[in-house]
Every structure is written in structure tokens, then in C-alpha cells.
Design a protein around this ligand. Structure first.
Ligand code: PRX
Length: 652
């Protein structure tokens, strides 16, 4: 069957920042001489002291080095905020919409600068200095940007923790980073419900002596617990702080932020991003990928707790002085036309979202979309997980009116910025494919032995050669960083994803090949989930796998072995789901729990997840080599229980 190809819309390439010819020429130049290419890109930033050294990099696991623009100095908040003053002081930086319809704010560049300076002074007065970590646990409100910028103004390192994470998850991230200050809110609002953030924060801080102060934003008039001496109200503190804070001179390789993500072992990894390389990559890739120009209104629906928001909702737009929409709520509340009403209201021209949301909105039909005028849209983007062709076509036709290119952007917390994407004016779209490499990026598809495959091929996705935006290490665990990403395939960065490349050099991501599941675009480590379940007093052991889920992409399927004598009941099943929610957060709650008196293991005691994944996907045949199974009857029992559950569902 010939490929389904959507050409670049008529007239688009002529005005685009990057057309097909630019892409060919600049891509080649960026690969032939990466240093020259990136040195030119880095001129996008305002440096205090220009760099003289461009890169010093090696992906050799015995001598890992990732350093860019090392002797240059700069300040991130000057680049993100001060630079746009005074010209844009009265222009909108953020068009904020609260969870409840009608609650909105416009934050100008001038106001943003004022708040950033004042909060930076507050942090300083609380003893925060260069290199200290500040944890930010906030809903999607403009103060997230204020807090991040205030940190980087004084050289402090921000660690934003998703506000949907539980107190326990927050506590472990605070402990790992030894944060000095926590910035949070009394509560957050989503889907018409209030979430008690300050209450969670207090619970998290019970055993975290590193945090000396908590800055609390009044998101609403609701009461919140308050500890005098430790806590301070944001409004009062910034009102009495001085309106100017001298920006601190920061080295290009000094840390900018830490962001936690899940990996294939239990403990979340705190990936460390540094200043000069990350900002260069974020700022320049953002405007190329979304073909941004002055006058555009950009909207990324990502939550501020994820890397998507760091690079392409916060740093990318701020570095470019762009106007962006920020929305606190969910797409389906009060009804499923909420997003579309906001696109119409703010005349959004660039819209960046996740396949899982599109799949759930698509199920509501075209009705909620048709009520709104979406003709302002010019470029659409997708991120976080593979987008299935059906959702792609709906996005293209129903949302984009058939006239907007879709940038399916592939990247990770670790990569810091996009590595694969069809640039909108340069690379025609193929539904479900993440396009071609971004400038300076050298993808490789490798086989199990690590040999790079040429031409059309499928295998594991690696990258050769450094790019400025990549993470430099895992906080407190450099060895894990090396072992996870650089040891599996010598000389390359291994993504943990499988991919196929076609004859035109387009990449299709098939998903994770390690012990990570991607649920609604959220990365969850199976080991992390298993330890949460196994910590329940009724549970002996658990094994978690992902399974295909119509809306979420992958769902969480947990096989749970109960302690001797514990009855397999429905209330217990619900209790375990709640247990995981409380320990990690609602996104991690298992979709299916199957009681399994025993788990299939080999003679060395290793759980054979391959078999569990097949059963979870309702694939009961051909389990491959089962000769290593210690007890073959265990598999029969697991299959029988799954089939019984399906039969009950069908008759229900
Ligand atoms: O499996 C890939 C998937 O999301 C993982 C990275 O997750 P995270 O670090 O949370 O960052 C998400 C947003 C950048 C990848 O290893 N992924 C991300 N983008 C895509 C994708 N899978 C397919 N297509 C994409 N466009």
C-alpha cells in the first residue's frame, strides 16, 4: 500500500522559517560541522561573557563528557524576561484561563518581570543562593513561570513536581534534591474539583528537614494549614520585596533545573539540565518546529510538571518573547468543547497537545468542535506517545480544517528538546510518523547486537553525537546515567524506545522497549508501580505490564499475589488501586488488577514479563520459549483467569 502523505499546505512553505531546501542545506551543515552550526544558533541568546569553547563531548561510557559553550556565562531570566522589555512591557506574555469558565487573567511582560524580580528577592531573603534547589509544586497558574524565573535569576535550580503527584512522591523528590524552599499553593483546581496542595505539601514535609521555608500562593480564598515561621504567603512577601533583583552571572554548564522522570528501576531519576546548551536548543528549536512568528498565539496543553512544558510551554515561548495561553483545567470540563472555546477566544494559531487527549475528545464526535471557529489555527503539534493514524487524521481534518501541518515531535525528558519531527514547512506529513531528525541530530536504528541498520529498518532507537539540550546527568547518580543511556550501545545514547525507519527516512516510534509504560503520555516505571502495590499489607508480590488501551495508549495491568489466607475481593481490589493513587498519584492507578496466586518465573526466580504482557493484551497463543519456566501450570492459571474475566465482561 502506498504511504498516506499529506503535502505541505499551499503557500505555507513560502513563508515558513524553514522550507525543504533550508532543511536539506542546514541539516547537512549541522551534521558535517556541529560546532559551527550550534555556535551560530547560540547567538540567539544574550551572553554576559561569550563562549570561546563550543563543545567537549564524548559518549564513551568510560569517559562520558557532555559540555557545551562551557566558558560562556549568561542569565536565563534575563534571556526569558528582561530581554523583551521595554518594547513588550504592556504586551501579553500569558493569557491564563482558570479551571472555571470566566476566570481569566492577562499577564504582561512588565508584570511578569516585576513579580520575577520580587520573588527572586524573597528567595534570597530566605537564604536561597546559587546552586540551591527550590521545589515547585503548583497547579498550572502564571506563578509557576514566576517561580521558575525567580529561581534562575539568582542561580537557584528549580525542580518542578507535577501537582497530581501524592505527598509521598513529592517527599521523595524533595529529599533527593535536598530542596531548601518549597513553592506551593493553598489548592489547585481541575475539572471543577479543588485539590489540597498545601495539605499534601505539609504531609510531604513532615520528614524533610532540608526545606526551611514554604512560599504559599493563594490560588483561591480557601483556608490552608499555615506554619508560622516556616511558611509565608506569596502575595505579602512579594508586595514588600524590592522590585529589582540583580541577575546572577551563571556558567553555561551550571545547572538550570532538575526534572524527575520514571525509569526501569524503582527510584525516579532526577535529570539535570544545564543553562547555555539547553536554552540555545529550547529557544531555537521551539520557533523552528512551530514556525512561530511575531503575532502568533501559542498554546501547549501540557502540565507544568513535565518536560514538554519546561521546554515548549515555558522556556521556548519566553525566550522568544511569544504570547502563550495557559489553562489550568481539563479538556472535558464543564464540557468537551472547553479547549475549542479557548482556541476561538484567544485566536490560538499554534496548538500543541497529546494523543491521549485527542483520542478521548474524538470519542465525543465532531459536535463539540463544530460549535467553535478554529480558523486561527495554523500549526498543530503532538507529543508524548505515538499518535495512531485515526487520531492523527481527526486532528488534521476536524481540528486543523485540513490546512495545518502537524508536527509529531519525538523527544524525552533526557533529550531536553525535540530530536525527531517533520518541520512544518519542510517535511510533508505521514500520519503516525515522527518525521525526520531535527538539526544536528543523528538517529540510528540498531539491532540487538548494536549494529547500526541502514535504510528501511526497525530496531532500537539511538542517537550518535551530542546535542546541546541533552541532560548532563542524573542527580546523585552519575553511574546510573552512564549505565542507562550510554552503556547499552557503545558510543551512542540509547532512548529506551523501539523505532522503524522507512525508505524516505521517516521514523515511526513503536514504544518503550524497557520496563517503562507510557500511560496517557505519562511515563511510569513498572518497578515503581510494583513496589507501591507490594507495600500493601495484603500483598506478597506484584508484576506490572502495559497493555493496549483505547484512550490512554497503554493502561496499567497489575498481576497481584495476595498473602496466604487473604480473600480475593472487590473491596480489596479497590483498596489497592487507592493505595497506589495515594503513594504515587492518580495517573498511576492500575486499570486492571488480576489476582495471581503465583507469577510465571524462570528457575532463577525472574518474572517472565513477556508472557504477562501477552496475556494482558489478550494474546493467549505462542508464548515463545517457555522451557525456562519453573512451573508451567502458573501460566495456565493466569490465562484461565484472564479468559474468565473477559467472559464476565462480555456477558455483563
Ligand atoms: O516513548 C517515548 C514517548 O515518550 C517518552 C518520553 O517521555 P517523557 O520523558 O515523559 O517526555 C515526554 C514528552 C517529550 C519517549 O521515550 N514519546 C515522546 N514523544 C513521542 C513519543 N512516542 C512516540 N511519538 C512521539 N512523538
Amino acid at each position: 500500500m502506498p504511504d498516506e502523505i499529506y503535502p505541505i499546505p499551499t503557500g505555507f512553505a513560502e513563508r515558513a522559517r524553514v522550507n525543504a531546501e533550508d532543511y536539506r542545506r542546514r541539516y547537512r551543515a549541522s551534521i558535517e560541522n556541529p560546532d559551527a552550526f550550534w555556535a551560530e544558533e547560540a547567538k540567539f541568546l544574550q551572553w554576559i561573557k561569550p563562549f570561546s569553547r563550543i563543545s567537549d563531548t564524548s559518549f564513551d561510557a568510560r569517559d562520558l563528557r557532555i559540555r557545551w559553550f562551557e566558558d560562556g556565562t549568561l542569565n536565563a531570566s534575563v534571556n526569558c524576561v528582561d530581554r523583551h522589555l521595554p518594547g513588550k512591557a504592556d504586551c501579553a506574555a500569558i493569557l491564563w484561563e482558570g479551571d472555571a469558565p470566566g476566570e481569566s487573567r492577562v499577564v504582561t511582560w512588565g508584570e511578569l518581570a516585576d513579580k520575577v524580580n520580587r520573588l527572586a528577592n524573597v528567595l534570597k531573603s530566605l537564604g536561597v543562593a546559587k546552586g540551591d534547589v527550590v521545589t515547585i509544586y503548583l497547579p498550572v497558574i502564571p506563578e509557576v513561570m514566576v517561580a521558575m524565573m525567580a529561581c534562575v535569576r539568582i542561580g537557584a535550580v528549580h525542580s518542578v513536581v507535577f501537582s497530581g503527584f501524592s505527598a509521598e512522591a513529592l517527599a521523595s523528590r524533595i529529599a533527593d534534591a535536598q530542596a531548601k524552599v518549597l513553592v506551593t499553593a493553598n489548592e489547585g483546581h481541575r475539572g471543577g474539583r479543588a485539590h489540597p496542595l498545601k495539605h499534601n505539601a505539609d504531609e510531604a514535609l513532615r520528614d524533610q528537614p532540608s526545606v526551611r521555608h514554604v512560599v504559599v500562593i493563594k490560588r483561591s480564598s480557601a483556608d490552608a494549614p499555615f506554619t508560622p515561621g516556616r511558611d509565608l504567603w506569596y502575595d505579602e512577601a512579594v508586595a514588600s520585596a524590592a522590585p529589582w533583583c540583580e541577575p546572577v552571572e551563571i556558567g553555561a554548564e551550571d545547572p538550570l533545573f532538575i526534572l524527575y522522570t520514571s525509569g526501569s528501576t524503582g527510584k525516579p531519576k532526577g535529570l539535570v539540565h544545564t543553562t547555555g546548551g539547553y536554552l540555545t536548543h529550547a529557544g531555537t528549536s521551539w520557533r523552528n518546529i512551530f514556525d512561530w512568528r511575531e503575532g502568533d498565539v501559542f498554546w501547549s496543553t501540557a502540565d507544568v510538571g513535565w518536560v514538554t512544558a519546561h521546554t515548549y510551554k515555558i522556556y521556548g515561548p519566553l525566550l522568544n518573547g511569544a504570547t502563550s495561553v495557559m489553562f489550568e483545567g481539563v479538556p472535558t470540563w464543564p464540557d468537551s468543547s472547553r479547549w475549542w472555546s479557548l482556541i476561538e477566544k484567544h485566536k490560538v494559531s499554534i496548538f500543541y497537545t497529546a494523543p491521549t487527549a485527542l483520542r478521548s475528545l474524538m470519542r465525543e464526535g465532531d459536535g463539540p468542535v463544530r460549535k467553535h471557529d478554529l480558523s486561527s489555527l495554523r500549526v498543530l503539534g503532538s507529543v508524548g506517545e505515538p499518535i495512531n493514524p485515526d487520531a492523527w487524521r481527526w486532528f488534521h481534518r476536524t481540528i486543523g480544517g485540513g490546512r495545518c501541518p502537524i508536527v509529531d515531535t519525538y523527544w524525552q525528558t533526557e533529550t531536553g528538546a525535540v530530536l525527531l519531527t517533520p518541520l512544518p514547512g519542510a517535511v510533508p506529513n505521514k500520519p503516525g510518523m515522527a518525521g525526520r531528525p531535527y538539526f544536528g541530530v543523528r538517529p540510528e536504528v540498531v539491532d540487538a547486537r548494536g549494529a547500526a541498520l541502514e535504510g528501511p529498518a526497525s530496531g532500537n532507537l539511538c542517537f550518535r553525537g551530542s546535542w546541546p539540550g541533552q541532560a548532563r546527568t542524573i542527580l546523585n547518580d552519575r553511574e546510573r546515567f552512564i549505565q542507562t543511556y550510554f552503556a547499552p550501545y557503545p558510543g551512542r545514547f540509547f532512548t529506551g524506545d523501539g523505532a522503524a525507519r522507512d525508505e524516505d527516512g521517516y521514523y515511526r516510534i513503536s514504544g518503550r522497549v524497557d520496563d517503562v509504560v507510557n500511560v496517557s503520555g505519562h511515563r511510569l516505571g513498572t518497578v515503581e508501580l510494583e513496589s507501591a502495590i507490594a507495600s500493601h499489607p495484603a500483598v506478597t508480590e506484584a508484576a506490572v505490564v502495559g497493555y493496549p488501551h483505547r484512550v490512554k495508549g497503554q493502561g496499567v495491568f497489575a498481576y497481584v499475589t495476595l498473602k496466604e489466607g487473604v480473600a480475593e475481593t472487590e473491596p480489596l481490589r479497590r483498596e489497592i488501586m487507592g493505595w497506589v493513587r495515594a503513594r504515587i498519584g492518580p495517573i498511576a492507578s492500575p486499570d486492571i488488577i488480576q489476582w495471581s496466586p503465583a507469577l510465571p518465573k524462570n528457575r532463577a526466580g525472574k518474572i517472565l514479563r513477556r508472557i504477562l504482557a501477552k496475556v494482558a493484551a489478550n494474546d493467549f497463543e505462542d508464548f515463545g520459549d517457555v522451557s525456562t519456566l519453573a512451573e508451567p501450570a502458573v501460566v495456565e492459571d493466569i490465562v484461565k483467569r484472564r479468559q474468565q474475566a473477559l467472559a464476565i465482561k462480555e456477558t455483563a
